[in-house]
Design a protein around this ligand. Structure first.
Ligand code: HSE
Length: 326
């Protein structure tokens, strides 16, 4: 492994929504809402952390910070000690809401460390995205947020025989995601603790069929999203921990026939809206997208206050590395 080549790096990581209904621990979508970090190496061994935005005043400002822990693992995987550093975080992804804030922090830390270590690719110095994905998925423990966070777009991720694997599938340009973010938080750990150790065979078969349909729906047949997002593996088991989200999903699905699901482990609700085929051309020229705003307004009427309803486009790029601005 080459010695560190850069002494400072800026990293931007997108929010992600995992599961999308029946794609539990397998499917994820990157969204245009970003955390940014800047890391500068220091001459001494101190680790100094500054956090702005989400989590400011709550997150540890030392080596326990998740970005620093991910950096340390990356340096150690390369046989090196974590050097002293200054980390500045500008956080926009809400925490504990099922929008991939921990994946964003882990991918940011692994990408920053990989870049400081020489990029990962000894030939080009470019960020080796697969290396980042492998380490980040090991740290997170499941790959469905980390995969779209690294690669952007819509990702199918799984554990192969020897490594984590990912397939990026281009999402339909007709998709119009809207996230409904409640005030309350729910930890992924608690939400995973609510899952049963086994499910009835009929539910497993139902979910396998819907997950297959979901890939087709997201990639080119969004008119099938309503049926494709039906889940029997996790949402009902987790509903007692997020009753308001479960109720909103029921209303949006039953009354409005919208493809509403729990985003990741919740409690955010993701609505996968779409525009009709004929509107796509017009729509591209018209930013912000009228249809997403209309959808967000109609959802806001259902929720009233207490929820933050946000149309978010799909992030196509995944993690982005650049030089710090100053
Ligand atoms: N697939 C994971 C879960 C996503 O539902 O627990 C957590 O972000």
């Amino acid at each position: 492994m080459p010695r560190p080549r850069r002494t400072a790096v800026h990293v931007r990581t997108p929010a992600t929504s995992a599961n999308l209904g029946p794609g539990f621990d397998a499917l994820g979508l990157a969204l245009e809402l970003y955390d940014e970090i800047e890391v500068r190496l220091r001459d001494d061994e101190r680790v100094v952390v500054e956090v702005d935005g989400e989590g400011a005043g709550e997150l540890p400002q030392d080596e326990r910070h998740l970005v620093v822990r991910a950096m340390r693992e990356t340096f150690e995987a390369a046989g090196e000690r974590l050097p002293g550093l200054e980390l500045r975080c500008r956080n926009r992804i809400p925490h504990g809401r099922g929008l991939g804030s921990s994946a964003a922090a882990i991918v940011a830390g692994v990408s920053a460390a990989t870049t400081l270590l020489g990029g990962g690719d000894p030939e080009t110095g470019e960020l080796d995205r697969d290396r980042v994905f492998q380490l980040a998925a090991d740290i997170e423990g499941h790959p469905d947020n980390v995969a779209p966070c690294v690669h952007g777009g819509f990702a199918i991720a799984w554990r192969g025989e020897k490594a984590w694997r990912v397939l990026s599938v281009p999402p339909s340009p007709r998709l119009r995601p809207v996230v409904c973010i409640p005030g309350e938080r729910l930890s992924t750990e608690r939400a995973r603790g609510l899952l049963p150790t086994s499910v009835p065979h009929g539910d497993a078969a139902f979910s396998a069929g819907r997950a297959a349909l979901l890939v087709a729906a997201v990639s080119g047949h969004p008119e099938l999203l309503f049926e494709a997002t039906e889940d029997r593996l996790h949402e009902s088991y987790r509903a007692p921990a997020m009753p308001a989200s479960a109720e909103l999903i029921r209303t949006l699905r039953e009354r409005d026939r919208l493809a509403a699901v729990v985003s990741g482990a919740g409690p955010t609700v993701l609505v996968l809206g779409h525009v009709p085929d004929a509107d796509v051309e017009t729509d591209r020229e018209r930013r912000p997208v009228q249809n997403s705003d209309d959808l967000a307004d109609s959802i806001q009427e259902r929720t009233g206050t207490g929820w933050h309803i946000r149309p978010l486009r799909i992030d196509p790029a995944g993690v982005c590395i650049s030089s710090p601005r100053s």
